[in-house]
Design a protein around this ligand. Structure first.
Ligand SMILES: *Cc1c(COP(=O)(O)O)cnc(C)c1O
Length: 367
């Protein structure tokens, strides 16, 4: 390590970078494959692409790209406010919800503080905590999901944030609304509870929490949503947090003035109106879930029951399986970084994409 880089704080130098799903173009280059023949089921993206309404909005917004975006995101916020029944002053927009998660960490944590998350929870939480020099408290999972009672008990006087992914990525586990409510009721009111609902659109109504209504009752609650999954806008990077105005105000202070770009603002605003696309997305996901579950059962591959748009499944040697799949143009996500070295995660694709994945899985298991 050079004298220069050594001056970066130790907690920064210790960060293990986030490992994203392998891009199609990278695999094509590495293995000399035709990109058109590659199936990417590694990043929980929407296999239907983006909503046609969002696409039209992007095309229209191209004319104004020489101008800075609306730093307050007025139109998108207005749409979110009316759709979710919150005030404009309760909304924080982010360059993806990752950005929002980092804003939360930056606004509330410093060295000497701690923050609680579950084992196998979304990898961005420990990263965001570590990047500001705070201490992560990882609570052992139960059946790959959040142990909300143990997480509550893990809260210390120096704990300022608890992170909950519901459904969780990469395991797909879901907390019951009643358990979440109890958690909120018993959590000290001076501890922020971040409820990350990146996959909530995929849930049937009876499994969904009334999280946005809970904002009225719990001033320490922050609900985080994204346009990257069901809305199909992962490449544009846009997500948001809903919180009480005084919390939203703090988050907005540490936000870059133009953190969400014009195309993303336009697309997200239009996407919120495209209920047909959302319905189609959810229907395709449900069918794909059944297709993949049936295959795992038939092939006797153990998997974790999922409530998202992906499934984690266990194989003897995940590295080997992953390699086998990559060589056949199927990209899934190894979960070694989550300390699940025998587990892979496959995103639910179109029927044809799922069939490709199943065929390659079957071939691997036979050989
Ligand atoms: C995909 C995902 C996000 C969304 O990330 P973006 O930055 O909005 O693309 C957030 N939380 C979880 C748990 C996710 O799986």
């Amino acid at each position: 390590m050079s004298e220069l880089t050594h001056r970066a704080p130790e907690y920064i130098r210790a960060i293990a970078p986030y490992q994203p799903g392998k891009p199609t173009s990278e695999l094509a280059r590495e293995l000399n494959l035709d990109p058109a023949g590659i199936v990417k089921l590694a990043s929980n993206e929407n296999p239907l692409g983006m909503s046609p309404k969002a696409r039209a909005a992007v095309e229209k917004a191209l004319d104004e790209l020489a101008l800075y975006p609306d730093g307050n995101g007025f139109e998108l916020k207005s749409k979110i406010a009316s759709k979710f029944g919150v005030g404009l002053d309760q909304i924080v927009l982010g360059n993806g919800s990752n950005d929002v998660l980092e804003l939360i960490a930056r606004a509330f944590l410093q060295a000497g503080d701690s923050s609680v998350y579950s084992q196998y929870a979304f990898a961005v939480y420990p990263l965001a905590v570590q990047a500001v020099g705070a201490t992560g408290i990882q609570v052992r999972a139960v059946d790959y999901g959040h142990d909300l009672v143990a997480m509550r008990e893990a809260i210390r006087p120096d704990t300022k944030i608890v992170w909950i992914a519901n459904p969780n990525n990469p395991t797909g586990t879901l907390a019951r609304p009643g358990d979440l409510l109890e958690f909120l009721e018993l959590c000290p009111p001076n501890v922020l509870v971040v409820l990350d609902e990146a996959y909530t659109e995929y849930l049937p109504a009876e499994k969904r929490s009334d999280s946005i209504l809970w904002l009225k009752q719990f001033p320490n609650l922050v609900v985080v949503r994204t346009f990257s999954k069901a809305y199909g806008l992962a490449g544009l990077r846009v997500g948001f947090a809903l919180a009480r105005p005084e919390v939203a105000d703090l988050l907005n202070r540490v936000r870059q003035p133009f953190n969400v770009n014009s195309l993303a603002l336009a697309a997200a605003t239009a996407a919120l109106d495209d209920l047909d696309f959302l319905r189609e997305t959810v229907a395709v996901n449900k069918a794909g879930m059944m297709q993949l579950v049936a295959a795992f059962q038939r092939l006797e591959v153990p998997f974790i029951q999922s409530h998202g748009n992906f499934i984690a499944f266990h194989v003897g040697d995940a590295q080997l399986m992953n390699r086998f799949m990559l060589e056949r143009g199927v990209i899934v996500r190894p979960l070694g970084g989550y300390n699940l070295p025998n587990t892979l995660r496959v995103s639910i694709g179109t029927e044809a994409e799922n069939a490709r994945f199943i065929a390659v899985l079957e071939e691997a298991l036979a050989g």
